[in-house]
Design a protein around this ligand. Structure first.
Ligand SMILES: [Zn+2]
Ligand SMILES: [Zn+2]
Length: 436
């Protein structure tokens, strides 16, 4: 005889379930709150636990998580029950480790099936993306979000825009989106006009999962459309995997719609190689100097190369300021920093367009050293040393007004003019388009 621990504060529900299982070779132990249920579970190590989500003392999610943390209870089947139909609760239940989720009133056949079923984690079925036909053509770059850290709308930022990082790159009919900051919301609205009967393929390359690079994703409408294939590529973050980070920000505590409620044509690919191809585009990547795991991408398209490196702190100035602040002199430390910058220059070498971190000016930088962002003077210097054609200052500080950004661009242009360089320095602005 197998043991079931039944946790429900409603005596009538407990009686109905016990009656339903009578004659099914189950011994039913009842508890009216979560803590009493856990005591029974610890004592009897049951084959199954049936627990309502809203139980006093310990709720159903907590009971489920506790069971999943106990090695001796790994075979125990956990079924959460509820009176509510919020899809997000269902998702949270499976994320907590539930094997099944039944909405009340529970039909006896469903209960019997669930008790007999083998383990099923309830993960959404992911459809295979449709094969993509790549048509080559000119490369178009469009800025939808150019700001760093947090959206900063308002009259002081209306020229450059207040949305966080999102850049659309089109190579023929291929759509590659760099990051999913708040700018992706409007891009999504624009893409919806292109969803024909044959659908649309969209690719999102994520540099890292800091919030300003993923916060717009829940508002990316194409991801909810059944005819849109969304491939999301990025590297595993410091704490969570790529999918985990996007899943977390859509949990009940933060957002009303869960990730699994988006369209099924949504795939996540955690990258491991530093070079790969996306259709006709060759991609090279480089680890950025930024907290956690963050990458810069170099896209080689048939009509030119684009480097997208939104979050990166140049090494040399960082080391110089560190030594100043700590009152030390380390020639080795400085030499090492210069070598690291040189690697970045190689990564940028000869690019047609560089979209790069320039969050601070030289006066601000010392007090923000170690925050993972570059002084615009250094961004200009690195791009010049790399012999790049054009630089778009990017990841503007949320406190920088349009006036301030214009002054930073002018300073960069003067720097180039004084050294006789040819680099074109601009600031990325929402709505701007560049064709290569
Ligand atoms: Zn950022
Ligand atoms: Zn970041």
């Amino acid at each position: 005889m197998k043991t079931l621990v039944l946790i429900d504060s409603d005596a009538l529900t407990r009686a109905l379930i016990a009656q339903c299982l009578a004659g099914q070779e189950w011994r039913v132990l009842e508890a009216e709150d979560g803590q009493a249920g856990l005591d029974l579970i610890a004592q009897h190590k049951p084959a199954a636990v049936l627990c309502d989500l809203r139980t006093p003392k310990r709720n159903g999610f907590q009971v489920c998580r506790w069971i999943r943390e106990q090695p001796s209870l790994q075979p125990t089947r956990v079924i959460l029950t509820t009176v509510s139909r919020f899809a997000n609760d269902r998702e949270t239940a499976f994320a907590a480790g539930a094997d099944d989720y039944l909405v009340k009133p529970i039909a006896p056949p469903d209960l019997i099936r669930s008790m007999a079923d083998c383990r099923d984690n309830g993960a959404a079925t992911v459809a295979e993306p449709e094969a993509e036909v790549v048509v080559s053509g000119p490369t178009l770059v469009r800025f939808w979000g150019v700001r760093g850290s947090i959206p900063s709308p308002g009259p002081d930022t209306s020229i450059h825009g207040g949305n966080t990082s999102c850049v659309e790159i089109r190579v023929g009919n291929q759509i590659i989106i760099m990051d999913a900051g708040s700018g992706i919301r409007k891009l999504g609205q624009s893409l919806m006009k292109e969803v024909s009967t044959t659908g649309l393929n969209v690719l999102i390359l994520v540099t890292h999962t800091h919030w300003d690079h993923i916060q717009g994703f829940p508002f990316f409408i194409p991801a909810y459309h059944p005819k849109v294939n969304v491939r999301i590529l990025g590297y595993e973050g410091a704490v969570h995997g790529l999918r985990g980070a996007l899943f977390e920000q859509m949990q009940t505590a933060f957002f009303p719609v869960g990730l699994n409620q988006m369209a099924t044509h949504l795939t996540f690919e955690e990258l491991t190689d530093m070079q790969f191809n996306l259709g006709v585009v060759k991609v090279r990547t480089m680890f950025a100097n930024h907290p956690g795991i963050c990458l810069g991408y170099r896209l080689s398209t048939p009509s030119g190369d684009i480097v997208y490196m939104p979050d990166h702190e140049a090494y040399e100035r960082c080391e110089v300021e560190r030594q100043k602040a700590e009152r030390l002199a380390s020639p080795d430390g400085l030499a090492y920093a210069k070598i690291q910058d040189e690697k970045v220059v190689e990564f940028l070498r000869g690019a047609d367009l560089i979209i790069a971190d320039s969050q601070y000016d030289a006066i601000e930088y010392p007090s923000r050293r170690g925050w993972g962002h570059t002084c615009a003077d250094d961004t200009v210097q690195l791009a010049m040393r790399a012999g790049a054609k054009r630089l778009a200052l990017f990841h503007h500080d949320p406190d920088h007004t349009d006036e301030k950004i214009a002054a930073m661009v002018e300073r960069g242009q003067n720097e180039v003019a004084q050294s006789g360089g040819k680099l074109i320095v601009t600031a990325a602005r929402e709505g701007d388009e560049i064709t290569l």
